[in-house]
Design a protein around this ligand. Structure first.
Ligand code: MTE
Length: 316
């Protein structure tokens, strides 16, 4: 089977037997000088992940009950966070010393209340809950993560968007000193994403501050990220510093980079292939066999109504 490693490519997993096993094999060989580890499962090969600070008063919920969780190792060692490099193992290494505090978030645009807020002040009114969500990357790998956070809708309502607010735009920190990947023009920095207002207000849309009961590891988007479980993972923007209510559909990083490959909606859809690979199946991190991809990542019952009457091939 073809094993192909490309640097600087957003999407490559669909054509690789298991790039993660391959990449970890190489780093193990570098570290230990031993070569007898071929064929072992990926999770066994990663160096131990460092645990973060535990979050207090997290309410358990029924979301995802019964799902088999992806290991902490896999969730925190196999990342897409181009601000810290384009290889899957880069973010855990290059974000190790990143300081996600102090942190400010600007709330801007079409809302009655706007301003720049210290993150802790912004978070204070919200009680935290744990939600286990499936997470499907456009690259055709997936995972199941116990996120800790609160509904995005609860935050939005506090700022009272006006009737002109039809979309919500999100921006990641832009600081090449602290985010070394931004020194290369891999994307048009800062990373930007957006949702239609009804998507943002949907009860499944989550602002996450943690996973596995702990504060978000830097590589997973500390201190604040979005999680939209029915959409491809690139919509779930990390390390957010700006939330803006807009009347027009916002420009988003991946649609800007490759408009024919990454649409604004990016709903998980096995019936619409990526121009360069199939989306019919996916590989769960830590598992060997592929599984069928579900429409809206298995959340169709909750969210399909948002797109009633829309041609999902056109609005991909
Ligand atoms: N957010 C920022 N700021 N930069 C990124 O490169 N990558 C996206 C998304 N959010 C990305 C980002 C992609 S492509 C995916 S699949 C998910 O983050 C990966 O999240 P994870 O590393 O926590 O699994």
């Amino acid at each position: 089977m073809l094993i192909k490693i490309r640097r600087r490519s957003h999407c490559r997993e669909w054509e690789v037997t298991d790039a993660r096993v391959f990449a970890q094999r190489r780093s193990i060989i570098r570290q230990s000088g031993r070569i007898a580890l071929l064929g072992l499962a990926g999770g066994l090969l990663a160096p131990a992940a460092v645990a973060g600070r535990r979050l207090a008063n997290v309410r358990k919920t029924a979301y995802g009950r019964g799902e088999q969780l992806t290991s902490y190792e896999n969730v925190t060692r196999y990342n897409n966070f181009y601000e810290f490099g384009t290889d899957k193992e880069d973010p855990a290494r290059l974000a190790r010393h990143f300081q996600p505090r102090p942190w400010q978030v600007e709330i801007a645009g079409e809302a009655e209340k706007t301003g720049v807020f210290d993150l802790d002040d912004l978070l204070r009114p919200h009680s935290l809950e744990e939600r286990i969500y499936r997470f499907r990357c456009v690259e055709a790998w997936s995972m199941v993560v116990p996120w800790v956070g609160f509904p995005l809708a609860d935050l939005i309502k506090r700022f009272r968007p006006t009737s002109r607010a039809r979309y919500v735009a999100f921006t990641t920190l832009h600081d090449p000193e602290r985010m070394p990947g931004q020194r290369r023009a891999v994307l048009d920095w800062p990373y930007r994403e957006g949702l239609r207002m009804d998507e943002a207000l949907h009860p499944l849309s989550l602002l996450a501050v943690g996973l596995y009961g702990e504060e978000l590891p830097n590589q997973n988007g500390a201190p604040l990220r979005l999680v939209v479980p029915w959409k491809y993972g690139f919509k779930s923007i990390k390390s957010i510093v700006r939330i803006e209510f807009t009347s027009r559909q916002p420009v988003t990083s991946w649609s800007l980079a490759a408009p024919h490959e990454y649409g604004f909606y990016a709903n998980v859809n096995p019936a619409v292939d990526h121009p360069r690979w199939s989306q019919k199946k996916e590989r769960r991190l830590g598992a060997f066999f592929k599984i069928p991809t579900q429409p809206f990542n298995g959340y169709a019952e909750e969210v399909a109504g948002l797109y009633a009457g829309m041609d999902l091939r056109r609005y991909f």
